[in-house]
Design a binder for this molecule. Structure first.
Ligand SMILES: [Zn+2]
Length: 267
């Protein structure tokens, strides 16, 4: 029988319930011509006169308590609805505001180091893979590109088993150990494939140039490197360093550029 109700216009429901002998939906309209009491007569009064207090034939005192309780329930439900709306507004309104100006991002590696930045077909637009031009990549410090608040610090996907002692171990999935930093104005940066659990935790404020982890090869990584992204309002954008675009845009061709870090401590 339930199946009959699905897909039927709303207006049919009370009619069907009546015809099938089911309970009437709500009290019968007072004084409506031809309305018959949906409940038996109680103490000589037509049921329509006392529907509000008697629902199952129990004494009226309990009904009063029930009515008071249902008023409280309705009040609590209304308050909960208002709280939910306010909560949703707090979350949604900032997302509707236009992004703020681009922060002066720096390379996420120590001041003066030179790294090769590149991408390749199938990577993803604007994604950057970073390799040092000198020395080992394993364990090199990864620094915050700009000050902000850590919003992710943990494992993305699976770690796999690629370590300095076993560089060709099983590949993981996703970003492995990673960090995401919110820089305000809906700007954020992401740092993937770190060697070890990040050196920062979610909610922590970080300064520009503060170390957040070390270069590794966890997750879906072929060799030790830093996968790096800049995002504006959830969308990846071309990475800028020290106020200049990197030129790494689309992933339709292999492309590399060599840059020297200006992520230097002030003073
Ligand atoms: Zn990458």
């Amino acid at each position: 029988m339930n199946a009959m109700f699905f897909g039927m216009p709303q207006a049919f429901h009370p009619f069907m319930a009546d015809r099938l002998g089911g309970p009437a939906v709500g009290p019968a309209p007072r004084g409506a011509p031809g309305a018959r009491p949906a409940y038996p007569m109680v103490r000589g009064l037509p049921a329509s006169a006392i529907l509000g207090t008697v629902t199952t034939g129990h004494p009226t005192g309990r009904g009063d308590r029930r009515r008071a309780r249902s008023r409280t329930t309705r009040l609590l439900l209304a308050l909960a609805a208002v709280a939910a709306l306010l909560g949703a507004a707090v979350l949604v309104v900032p997302l509707l505001l236009p992004p703020g100006p681009r922060p002066l991002f720096q390379l996420p590696v120590p001041c003066g180091e030179t790294w090769q930045l590149g991408t390749y077909p199938g990577h993803d637009d604007y994604d950057v893979d970073m390799f040092p031009t000198e020395g080992e990549a394993w364990g090199r410090p990864v620094l915050a590109s700009y000050e902000g608040t850590v919003t992710a610090a943990g494992i993305n996907g699976t770690l796999g088993g690629r370590t300095p002692d076993n560089p060709n171990g099983p590949r993981g999935r996703g970003g492995g150990y990673w960090v995401k930093i919110d820089h305000g104005g809906r700007w954020e940066t992401q740092y993937l494939h770190l060697l070890e659990p990040p050196l920062v935790r979610v909610g922590q404020r970080v300064a520009q140039g503060e170390q957040i982890g070390r270069v590794g090869s966890t997750g879906n990584s072929g060799a030790p490197h830093l996968h790096y992204e800049q995002r504006r309002g959830w969308q990846k954008v071309e990475t800028y360093f020290d106020g200049r675009p990197s030129g790494i845009t689309h992933d339709d061709a292999e492309y590399t550029v060599t840059l020297t870090s200006n992520n230097c401590q002030p003073g």
